[in-house]
Design a protein around this ligand. Structure first.
Ligand code: MSP
Length: 508
């Protein structure tokens, strides 16, 4: 039987900024989910990429004396480096300047034109280049963008309009029928009332912009960058070019975004799809925003946290862990340097790293680095019991994209495992030859707990998970997670290879 599919996306990032923890956050969350679903036996497609057209990119390139394409190539290289460094396991990386994408954008505009969803008109209004968005209609001048606070520009030009207003009822019906279309639930109300208040048709093309996809039927017009960008989610999976792939992949299972771009993803995007006779995605999850030591990150304050600088100090796994653990997914949070250090030392170096290192050291010391046989009577025990509901609990958290709760649950187990060491006192058992079998059972259970932890942390900390596996001398896991988590999977007799501590303690 073929594996069930799972399609997860991140927004595609503007090539005006290099990677920072804001966009790394979405990508790391998507990666953790993709890795988890792969562990559970899904055929995953994890898509990310870059948004390369539009005025914002054109002007940023100009300011540096570069062609837009040159700027894009440079920033794309920085994204590839960052994602490699952070062990992002995307299956595809789409650039909106690729022919496979531009072709589909043109085709979609043609389809809308043919179906009457696109019509020519005249656009007048205020535009924010930084957000690449048209401001809401108002009689008052709007010199500042209500979202980002930057100065706006007055636009007056011929434009084709996408008939967004035609989809108001269908959008409201979608929200009604699928209340979890947008998560967290709190974000749905605002969206629904904005749609219920009425939808204006959307200016979908520009004539005053060179760096964008030209329309096939009127090349003086070029695609509005947001419409171009949203199309990436279907162009990457073969819409109108590879029907079989498209049928298998669309609708996406979940689209991860930041809260600032919810309107585009939960109102405009489903309407664009409806106009093509396509299903909306199964769900959109909007996460919160990070500040840094209590301040908004901005270029002028020069306080952007880059993933590279944190990974240099703590390692990529620790950054991934911190971002997913510190904050319930969906809420805003603050990246405090002190909290990063504290969690690293307490939870990674202390709880997890220490447990695995102790276990392997004792196995070396007392059993010459070979996993002992626990003996038939001792296969079960307190740790096996503690591990029994782990999969179910973690799985329930992951279904809700509650990474922080999943990690809390896993850490309950780590703490229980450390407590078990204190209870069994293997160093005392080792002194008494009559307790040799009991010592073997203790160490078997500790090693088995390490194996289980190596599986459970894989989505969040892939490099450390691999290190645990290698140190325990076990092969890559081929069974599904639920099967692999069954207690007793570690074979007695396995030769371990103790390595360095996973997370060396940092000075405060
Ligand atoms: N290009 C558009 C998306 C098009 S998707 C069809 C875009 N790009 S972006 O590079 O500006 O932002 C990408 C993502 O990064 C957004 O989801 C945004 O929410 C996220 N973040 C940017 N700064 C952030 C924080 N400080 N904290 C958390 N996420 C943040 O928008």
């Amino acid at each position: 039987m073929s594996k069930p599919g799972f399609y997860v996306t991140t927004p595609i990032y503007y090539v005006t900024d290099s990677p920072h923890i804001g966009n790394s956050y979405t990508t790391i969350a998507a990666d953790a989910l993709a890795r988890y679903k792969r562990q559970c036996g899904y055929d995953v497609l994890f898509l990310t990429g870059t948004d390369e057209h539009g005025l914002k990119v054109q002007r940023a390139a100009q300011a540096e004396g570069l062609a837009p394409r040159e700027l894009a190539d440079r920033v794309v290289a920085a994204y590839h480096d960052a994602w490699k460094r952070l062990e992002i396991s995307h299956d595809d990386f789409i650039r909106t300047t690729e022919a496979r994408h531009e072709r589909v954008v043109q085709l979609i505009f043609q389809r809308w034109r043919d179906s009457g969803d696109l019509y020519p008109g005249e656009y007048k209004g205020w535009y924010c280049v930084s957000c690449e968005s048209f401001l809401k209609e108002s009689d008052e001048p709007q010199p500042k963008c209500p979202d980002c606070g930057r100065p706006t520009e007055w636009n007056s030009e011929a434009s084709y309009f996408f008939r967004l207003s035609r989809y108001q009822e269908r959008l409201l019906k979608l929200y009604e029928e699928r209340p979890d279309f947008v998560r967290p639930a709190g974000r749905m109300n605002e969206l629904r009332s904005r749609v219920a208040a009425g939808l204006r048709d959307l200016s979908a093309t520009r004539t005053t912009l060179d760096w964008a996809v030209p329309l096939p039927f009127d090349p003086a017009h070029r695609a509005y960058v947001w419409i171009d960008a949203l199309i990436n989610y279907v162009s990457a999976v073969g819409y109108s070019t590879d029907e079989e792939t498209f049928r298998r992949r669309w609708p996406a299972d979940v689209q991860l975004i930041g809260k600032d771009i919810l309107w585009f993803h939960a109102a405009i995007w489903p309407a664009m799809l409806m106009a093509l006779g396509l299903e909306p995605p199964k769900g959109v999850f909007a996460h919160g925003w990070w500040t840094h030591n209590g301040e908004k990150m901005s270029k002028s304050k020069n306080n952007f946290v880059t993933p590279g600088e944190v990974a240099d100090v703590y390692g990529a796994d620790a950054l991934r862990y911190f971002l997913l653990r510190e904050l319930p997914f969906g809420l805003d949070g603050d990246f405090r340097d002190s909290a990063m250090l504290q969690r690293y030392n307490a939870e990674l170096a202390g709880d997890l790293g220490n447990f695995v290192f102790r276990t392997l050291s004792m196995m070396d010391r007392y059993f010459q680095g070979v996993v002992p046989d626990p003996g038939p009577a001792q296969r079960d025990g307190a740790l096996a019991e503690a591990a029994a509901s782990l999969f179910q609990d973690v799985d329930a958290c992951m279904a809700e994209l509650q990474f922080s709760r999943a990690l809390e649950r896993i850490w309950e187990f780590v703490r229980r495992a450390n407590q078990y060491v204190e209870e069994r006192k293997p160093w005392s058992q080792a002194k008494d030859p009559a307790q040799r079998a009991a010592l073997g059972a203790t160490l078997y259970h500790l090693a088995e707990a390490s194996r289980i932890l190596g599986l459970l942390i894989e989505p969040t900390m892939p490099a450390s998970a691999l290190a645990i596996r290698q140190q325990l001398g076990i092969e890559e896991e081929r069974r599904t997670l639920a099967e692999a988590l069954t207690w007793g999977g570690l074979k007695p007799g396995t030769k371990i290879r103790r390595g360095q501590p996973l997370f060396p303690k940092k000075e405060t």
